[in-house]
Structure formats: C-alpha cells, structure tokens
Design a protein around this ligand. Structure first.
Ligand code: SF4
Length: 408
C-alpha cells in the first residue's frame, strides 16, 4: 500500500501506477482520460460501430461495449474492423458480467481485440465458482496482455463479502456506522480482487479500480478512502447519475471535488440520454468538467453573459450557441492543423456593460448591442478592437473572422 499524494495546489495528480490501454495511458502522470460506453446491442455490430465512431469523434478516448452473449463477443472484431476503416483506433473495452470467462474462452478473437476487460467482482459467480471464474478471466488478461478494470458497483456488490464485512463490524466493541461499513465492503471488494489478480500474475500496471455509487457525498468519501489505501489507477464515475441537468450537476459535483484533490485517472459521466438524445453528450460534459477545471483542453471555450433586461432579443444567445457549435464541429480539422487551438478563448456578450471588457480578455470576442445602444457589434482580437459589425449577417461575418483568426 502506497500513500496517496494530493498536492496542495489541488491540480497535482495523485501518484498512481500507469496502465496502458491500447495506445492510451491511464494514471502515472498521464492526462485524465475521458471514456464512455455504448448503449446499443453489441450483437448489432454495425449499429455499435457507428455509435463507437460517434463517441470517438466526440472525444471519447476509450469506448466500452457490453459483451454479454456469444453474438456480442463475435461482433467485437467486426466493430474493430469497421472503426479501422474509419481511421479510428479508439481502444475498446469489454464489459463482462456472469459469463465473461466463457465468452473469453470461446471467442479468442474478441479476447484479443479488446484493449481492456471490465470485471465486476459482484457479478462473476458465487462461492468456489466465483474464484475459478475470476481466475479464468485474469488468466486471459495475462495471456493476451490486456488491462483489467475491477469495477465494483454498489448495485451489484458481492453479497458474500458484504455479509462478512457486516458480521465483522457487528463483533467490534464499537461498530462503525452503516455508511462506513458499506464503503469498507466496496473498497475490500476492489482491493481483494486486485490482490487476487496480482497473485494470478497480472501486473499492478495492468489494473484499474473503480467503486461506483449514485450518491455524490458517498462517492467522494469512498474514493478518498480508496485513494489513500492503494496506488492503483482509478476510474471515476457516479453511477446512475440520472437525466438532464440532474445527472450533469451530480456528476460534476462529485468528480470535480475528487479531481481537485488529485484523485481520478480516467472519468466517465454516466448520463441517461433524453429520448432521441445523443450519447455524445456525456463525452462533452466529461471534457467540459476537465477543461473548466484547467486539467485539460479539448475545444475553444466560449464565454457568454447570461443576458438580462438590457438584451431585448435572442440574437446574442443564438450567436453564442452558433459559435460554440461551430468551433466544436471544426475541432477535428483544427486539431490536426493548428497546435494549441484548443486553448483559444472566445466571448460573445450581450451589451456594453461587460461586453467590451470580457471580449478584450478573450482571444477573440464580440459585444452585441443591448437595448438602446447603437446597432453596432465591436469585435476584439487579442484585446484590440479590429472591426465593428452591423446588419443582418453578423453571425456569418463573425464566424469568418474566427476562422481567419485560427488560420492566422
Ligand atoms: Fe446584461 Fe449586458 Fe451583463 Fe449581458 S453583459 S448580462 S446583457 S448587462
């Protein structure tokens, strides 16, 4: 057990073993990795490949797929081939429950294709079978040189282990409160499984741990304890975070506190998509958490004022949205052509009160006219007013200015 290190700046990272997943590195000083998971039936290899591609293009640096049936296992190599045709080499992670040992044995191409196996110690089996089946999965990880995430989840905690921890607690002179006992059960499940995996020959540099719960304070307390007890790389995520703003706020609150303390080497924001909504939203939220905290930069950030009684139309909100969408859609090309473009800042402001000041602080900014102001929108580039836009085509003209700025 190595001590955790949380630097006082809050932006230092805890020291962990570095884990290689395909060409991606988790922990050990590597940037915090964004990952996500498909919600398609993996047996539908084309539908799953399309969603993997969508997630990868949105910025997911690893994509997990459910591998729950022989058909799903057989689909994994086809998904990989399709992604290769699209020049996408995002590592694929297989999510196994109950029958992973059999699927890895029966589908060696699947075992070989996946870059990491996710094993939930609560869903491997029971009693002696549990140990055998867990050992089989670890042996495949060793044989194919794959990373493993030992992913404990509150909703599927190993019941035998929970009973043991509860029993131990009841025999203490001063039993711990239930919340602390639950945390202990989850952490024990992760650490004991990791220790078994190491005994079976899997290097510590091939193991990532996670302990997911759905309560923000529970997650923070759990990961603080876990981080203090071992130096494994950690996957952070609030499970079943929920829909819409609730899911985003809960995930952001939990992950930000931990990231600020240097805890967390890879993150997933588990959002329930709105019906018909895009799966990529969880990738964008994860990126925005890391970028707004100053831990990584993915895409130029647009500062926009909230608007108030001085804005009598929605023109400036529409322009802010248009510019954010534009820079996001241009990033795949820009990233290849222009070093550091992701660090650029933009401002779209609604009136003269804060508009010029905020626009001057951005690399490129525009201050639209508020009510009662002359119909003129000054544009600032690196703090200097370069042009004033007027008329019907401000959005198109400002977009062209942004393009020219980036190219320059
Ligand atoms: Fe209102 Fe102007 Fe401030 Fe925007 S910048 S919130 S429009 S006062």
């Amino acid at each position: 057990t190595a001590p955790a290190i949380a630097l006082p700046s809050g932006l230092g990272r805890r020291t962990t073993r570095q884990v290689r997943v395909g060409d991606t590195r988790i922990g050990g000083g590597a940037p915090v990795v964004v990952q996500s998971m498909t919600n398609t039936d993996t047996a539908d290899w084309l539908g799953t490949a399309i969603q993997c591609a969508e997630l990868a293009r949105a910025g997911s640096e690893m994509v997990r797929v459910t591998v729950n049936t022989p058909e799903a296992a057989a689909a994994v190599p086809r998904i990989r081939e399709h992604l290769a045709k699209l020049n996408l080499d995002v590592p694929l992670i297989g999510d196994f429950h109950y029958n992973g040992h059999r699927l890895l044995a029966d589908y060696p191409e699947c075992a070989q294709t996946l870059a990491k196996y996710r094993i939930n110690p609560g869903n491997v089996g029971h009693g002696k079978k549990r140990d055998e089946q867990f050992a089989q999965m670890i042996e495949f990880a060793c044989r194919y040189d794959k990373a493993v995430r030992i992913g404990v989840n509150w909703g599927s905690l190993d019941q035998e282990l929970l009973a043991r921890v509860l029993d131990d607690n009841s025999h203490r002179a001063e039993p711990a409160p239930l919340g602390a006992v639950m945390r202990e059960a989850m952490i024990s499940s992760a650490l004991e499984s990791a220790a078994k995996a190491e005994e079976l020959g899997l290097a510590r540099e091939r193991i990532v741990l996670s302990c997911k719960v759905s309560g923000v304070q529970d997650l923070i307390a759990l990961y603080r304890e876990l981080a203090a007890r071992a130096d494994y790389a950690l996957h952070l995520g609030l499970t079943e975070a929920g829909m819409g703003s609730k899911g985003i706020v809960a995930s952001t609150a939990a992950l930000s506190v931990l990231l600020q303390e240097g805890i967390g080497d890879t993150i997933r924001v588990s959002l329930t998509p709105e019906p018909g909504g895009s799966r990529s939203q969880e990738v964008i939220v994860a990126q925005e958490i890391l970028q707004t905290m100053g831990l990584r930069a993915f895409t130029p950030m647009v500062t926009a004022c909230p608007g108030c009684g001085r804005t009598t139309s929605t023109v400036f909100q529409e322009l802010a949205q248009h510019i954010q969408n534009h820079v996001r859609s241009r990033m795949p090309d820009w990233r290849n052509e222009y070093d550091g473009v992701e660090n650029m800042t933009l401002a779209v402001m609604g009136c003269v009160v804060n508009g010029p000041g905020e626009s001057k602080h951005a690399n490129i900014g525009i201050s639209l006219p508020g009510s009662g102001e002359a119909p003129a929108a000054p544009v600032f580039e690196d703090g200097v007013k370069t042009v004033t836009l007027r008329g019907e085509h401000i959005a198109e003209e400002f977009t062209a200015i942004v393009e020219r700025y980036v190219a320059r």
